[in-house]
Ligand binder design. Structure first.
Ligand code: SF4
Length: 456
């Protein structure tokens, strides 16, 4: 399947008679990267034996970089791309002749810039078909002598090297898979629609179950389903969960889905709980009607409250995510989030970094088509992979900087989530000329989570 494949090939006059394929992941939210596991498997099936490095948990092995002829760098998200570009320059110093391909969502969104920085190929998706085709064409074109089937493929880091599931003293080793790619929705702030344009594609159940089986054999006791939206194809997901539960009745899991889907598929949540679901992540983003309209989220504050009732009513925790700093968010909107989280006893359901998230507008973003964005002063900063924007209310940008620093300091000092929550709320209330919020510390209970704060 071909999605917006954007390829620019530089022709090389050098014919290499030996070489290797190296795949590198920079960052994938603390779990074992699908950007390595799936291409690695696809390349193995095609007869190659790629080496891998996950720089989130391993050092950059200079010898591997030196001997590689083809290097794929997985950049599925903004943070990964920032790290990936640093890595690109380092790789070019170590191995100036290597052919470098960046692959993943952010590779295509920023292809013009990346190609100008010395990347040879940019591929949008990590489903691997294009990557295998590219490796094959490079290998054949350059007569690279690669390791064929029968050679040992380097091992991936153990699952224990990654973030763990944690709930009130219970810990679990986390495996990761995806049952779909893309998304059928068109939320304007999301990087997926410019690439997938409202389409999603299922991964065959056998493939997903094989990935689960492999990771359970390596010690996984919890699976994160990292689909952009697990309920785009609810029956597809359910079939996989039922099969998984039959074979591994003690395995728990989490998934991500939008508020609209929680409401639409409410009848399945009791079954999700019975099958081992411990928490669901949902991108609430804002409670402001205006902001939700601009982001085209198709939910309201009342819908979010209904979704909490559905998910919590089934005995599953809902972990909302937020984009609290947008050009259209007022200080009152920001304060409303804190009141809401406090009232609904969600303090431990939200990683503090969420209160510091500032809207990213990547190249090609659907937000650029919105009249509200056109009315803003915004310019593309290619090296930051996004448009810069300034809030019309200068104090909101100041608040963002202060909250960002506070969250970072508290995370470094291992300050309890509840403490950080009230500190930020107090800060924002003070800016609004309000007294410090009343603190209901006793009502907030720890919630299941993955021990890695969410960073896109
Ligand atoms: S935010 Fe979620 S539902 Fe919306 S387009 Fe992105 S993945 Fe789909």
């Amino acid at each position: 399947m071909l999605f917006n494949m954007k390829i620019e090939e530089r022709t090389s006059s050098t014919v290499h008679t030996s070489g290797a394929i190296l795949l590198i992941s920079c960052y994938e939210l603390g779990h074992r990267p699908a950007g390595l596991t799936r291409p690695r498997r696809a390349l193995k099936t095609a007869g190659f034996a790629p080496d891998t490095i996950d720089i989130a948990v391993e050092p950059l092995a200079v010898e591997k970089v030196k001997s590689a002829r083809f290097i794929g760098i997985s950049v599925p998200m903004h943070t990964a791309l920032r790290l990936g570009v640093h890595l690109l320059h380092r790789i070019r110093q170590i191995n100036p002749d290597a052919l470098i391909c960046m692959y993943g969502l952010y590779a295509t969104l920023n292809a013009d810039y990346l190609l100008s920085q010395g990347v040879n190929f940019c591929i949008a998706n990590t489903a691997s078909t294009e990557l295998v085709a590219l490796v094959q064409s490079v290998v054949e074109g350059e007569q690279i002598e690669t390791q064929k089937t029968g050679f040992r493929t380097a091992k991936l880091p153990p699952l224990e090297a990654y973030a763990q599931f944690e709930d009130n003293g219970e810990t679990r080793t986390v495996g990761y898979t995806e049952t779909t790619h893309g998304c059928k929705h068109l939320c304007t702030h999301c990087p997926i629609p410019p690439i997938y344009n409202g389409k999603f594609f299922v991964v065959q159940p056998d493939t997903v179950l094989a990935e689960i089986q492999e990771q359970v054999a390596q010690g996984a006791t919890h699976i994160t389903f990292g689909d952009p939206d697990f309920l785009n194809g609810p029956m597809h997901g359910l079939r996989i969960l039922r099969e998984m539960h039959k074979v591994y009745p003690n395995l728990t899991f989490d998934f991500t889905t939008k508020i609209e889907h929680i409401l639409k598929h409410r009848k399945h949540f009791l079954e999700f709980a019975q099958l081992g679901c411990r928490f669901v992540i949902s991108a609430v983003e804002s409670l402001s009607e205006r902001v939700l309209t601009i982001l085209e989220k198709h939910h309201t504050r009342a819908d979010v409250e209904t979704a909490i009732d559905i998910v919590h009513g089934a005995g599953i925790a809902l972990r909302p995510t937020w984009v609290p700093f947008t050009p259209w968010t007022t200080l009152d909107d920001y304060l409303e989030i804190f009141q809401f989280v406090d009232t609904h006893r969600l303090v431990y359901h939200v990683d503090p970094v969420q209160y510091a998230v500032r809207l990213l507008i990547p190249p090609g973003s659907y937000l650029l088509n919105r009249p509200e964005t056109k009315a803003l002063s915004h310019t593309l900063d290619e090296a930051s992979f996004s448009y810069t924007w300034i809030h019309p209310d200068v104090q909101m940008d100041e608040l963002h900087k202060t909250v960002n620093a506070l969250v970072e300091n508290d995370a470094r000092a291992d300050v309890d989530t509840l403490e950080t929550f009230y500190r930020i709320w107090t800060l924002a209330a003070d800016m609004q000329g309000q007294p410090p919020p009343e603190q209901n510390r006793d009502v907030h209970q720890p919630a299941p989570r993955i021990t890695e704060a969410w960073f896109c």
